[in-house]
Design a binder for this molecule. Structure first.
Ligand SMILES: [Zn+2]
Ligand SMILES: [Zn+2]
Length: 430
């Protein structure tokens, strides 16, 4: 089965007629000020939580302490918490009506903390270098605000929080949450990711794909081997391996839509040990990246067939190990309109800015493969300050982003409950 074709990436107005008058009415009346007040009241607590999480980072699938802290805080605020079998949790508020999902990821990276901040990591070789401490804290802040909105009877449905473990490994925690039913009945799902190249006070938005797909490919060839003087009497495995190296990227770029930006790059080549012996085994391995969900759904089946066709004339046998990574995060237009509305209401009309698609991977793509939704890029750079990059030990975030993230997430959930759900997406085979 193929994934839904992503929205064209051309510029679209971020707010359209489909943003929904009902959503605007509610935001401008009771919900907005309530969210503002709750976030302001809890900002100090949120900064303390973020620093606590930063000081005690936990690797993928080991987020035990982080899960416990989150579970305790939001349960006290009235959320029904279901802790997951390994780590992470799902929480819900509201009794009936549509369900909107908000997602944060919990895990840190095996990267040492190079900062000397008072809240620098206490765990040798592990730090929150992808800003997931900010995502987690912002969602806790949103949860506290939404609990108040619900208590006032202003939430016309349910909100489900997905505190997901293990975003940084493959297969990521998103798939295990989906298996636990995290998306059952969910009409839209939203998330934010830190962007250290964007000034705090801005959220980067884009309709269509904002991240790429990255798969792993390993091709092993097996032949009889023999003397280099008689390739016609044996199977010239080295020659066939060279053909795979150059022909597979070439053919794939002709069999997949060139707009998918498919890129096969080899990182490992192994064959032979003597200059006059044709080896009986050889191997090439690398990554297959692309920008488009449709091409991604086709590549897994296409690659083994093409490899077989490339090596067939040489009589060698190919074993192809193709491991899918994550699909691109493909933002739905109506969800981006809702997110843009929430950003405008939180930080003003200049708050949202266009962002570009990256070739990075993000397992939020699995959620958007199943239900409509959107991920925005949360600016964390101090204006005039240095630009950091994700996955590096010197990452510093401007902590004002925590309250902004909490405000935007709470508002977009409330707004989305006033907007009927979009068309269900076609589901990509895993
Ligand atoms: Zn990361
Ligand atoms: Zn991340």
């Amino acid at each position: 089965m193929s994934a839904a074709r992503p929205e064209p990436a051309h510029a679209r107005p971020l707010r359209g007629a489909d943003a929904g008058a009902g959503a605007g009415d509610v935001l401008s009346s009771a919900v907005g000020p309530l969210v503002d007040r709750s976030v302001a009241e809890h900002t100090e607590e949120m900064i303390a939580l973020r620093r606590d999480l930063h000081r005690h980072p936990e690797l993928s699938w080991q987020e035990v302490r982080t899960t416990a802290l989150v579970a305790d805080r939001i349960a006290r605020a009235g959320w029904r918490v279901t802790e997951l079998p390994r780590t992470g949790l799902i929480a819900e508020i509201g009794e009936d009506g549509p369900v909107v999902g908000l997602r944060a990821d919990l895990d840190a990276l095996p990267v040492g903390d190079l900062t000397d901040d008072p809240w620098a990591s206490h765990v040798e070789g592990v730090t929150h270098a992808c800003g997931h401490d900010v995502h987690t804290t912002a969602l806790v802040g949103a949860a506290l605000a939404l609990a108040e909105v619900h208590q006032r009877g202003l939430l016309p449905g349910r909100v489900r929080l997905l505190f997901q473990p293990a975003e940084e490994v493959m297969p990521g925690g998103a798939l295990s949450l989906i298996d636990e039913g995290a998306l059952d009945e969910v009409t839209r799902v939203f998330g934010l990711h830190c962007d250290p190249s964007l000034d705090v006070g801005h959220v980067g938005l884009r309709v269509g794909p904002i991240t790429g797909a990255a798969d792993h490919l390993d091709v092993a060839l097996v032949g009889s081997g023999g003397h280099t003087s008689r390739p016609h009497l044996t199977e010239d495995l080295t020659f066939a391996l060279a053909k795979v190296l150059t022909e597979l990227p070439a053919i794939l770029s002709r069999r997949l839509d060139p707009r998918s930006g498919v890129s096969v790059v080899w990182g490992t080549v192994e064959a032979g040990s003597a200059l006059n012996v044709i080896p009986s085994t050889g191997r090439v391995a690398g990554t297959v990246r692309m920008l488009d969900a449709v091409a991604w759904s086709e590549a897994e089946k296409l690659v083994p067939v093409l490899v077989e066709q490339v090596v067939a004339p040489y009589g060698v046998h190919a074993q192809v190990d193709y491991q899918r990574g994550v699909p691109p995060v493909v933002n739905d237009a109506a969800s981006i309109a809702l997110l843009a509305g929430a950003v405008e209401a939180s930080i003003g009309p200049a708050g949202h800015v266009p962002t570009q698609q990256s070739l990075g991977g993000e397992d939020f793509g699995w959620y958007l493969d199943r239900v409509p939704g959107a991920m925005g890029r949360l600016g964390t750079r101090t204006p005039g300050g240095p630009t950091f990059d994700l996955h590096q030990g010197n990452l510093r975030v401007d902590e004002r982003a925590v309250a902004i993230g909490a405000n935007v997430l709470a508002r977009v959930a409330a707004a989305a409950l006033h907007q009927p759900g979009g068309e269900p997406r076609m589901v990509t085979d895993r």
